[in-house]
Design a protein around this ligand. Structure first.
Ligand SMILES: [Zn+2]
Length: 190
């Protein structure tokens, strides 16, 4: 069964994910279902919280992203097709010292149709484990880096609207409130 993507303001979106410790068939299945849900929704990233699980697990796929970015995975630069869709368990992000900040209009599958500018550092390195518990180090910038930062925020219960400055947030306040009301109404119907 396809996973349902949860919308703001379901409480799980504010939950910090538990560390992934069991790299078994259940984890592989969850990761595959998350990839399917991400592709169905035409997203470039999806976190476990967005499918109702508070776990340090997210997926990303930037093969179709129309953006310039660079990357280095474990010291090499493999083609995206070789490692995407990418599964990240227990990711830890470090900002590259001195990297500039960039502004970009982000969206989120848990906030349908709502977009707003978010300022984030450009270059990061992220250490993580894949679905087989093998550790990796990824260095990236541009949209790739932004996507990973956005997803790792989810794993810590942080939402992109909380990263917006006050002025940007004010422009979407009504839409966000309406979404929260709609989510609540749907939950009460069940
Ligand atoms: Zn999101």
């Amino acid at each position: 069964m396809a996973l349902r993507i949860v919308h703001y303001n379901e409480p799980v979106l504010h939950a910090k994910g538990e560390k992934v410790t069991k790299f078994n068939a259940d984890l592989t299945k969850l990761a595959l279902e998350m990839i399917e849900a991400m592709h169905d929704a035409a997203g470039i990233g999806l976190a476990a919280q967005q499918v109702g699980r508070s776990l340090q697990l997210c997926v990303a796929d930037l093969r179709d992203a129309d953006a310039d970015f660079t990357w280095e995975l474990d010291g090499a630069r493999p083609p995206l097709d070789l490692f995407m869709p990418l599964v990240l368990a227990n990711p830890v992000v470090k900002v590259v010292p001195g990297t500039p900040e960039t502004t970009y209009e982000e969206g989120c599958l848990s906030f349908p149709k709502i977009r707003g500018n978010v300022i984030r550092p450009d270059a990061i390195t992220v250490t993580f484990q894949d679905e087989n518990a093998i550790p990796h180090t990824l260095a990236c910038n541009g949209l790739f880096s932004r996507c990973i930062q956005h997803e790792v925020d989810h794993l810590n219960g942080v939402l992109f609207i909380e990263r917006m400055d006050k002025k940007v947030r004010a422009t979407i306040t009504e839409e966000v409130k309406a979404l929260a009301r709609q989510t609540k109404a749907e939950a009460e119907k069940k």
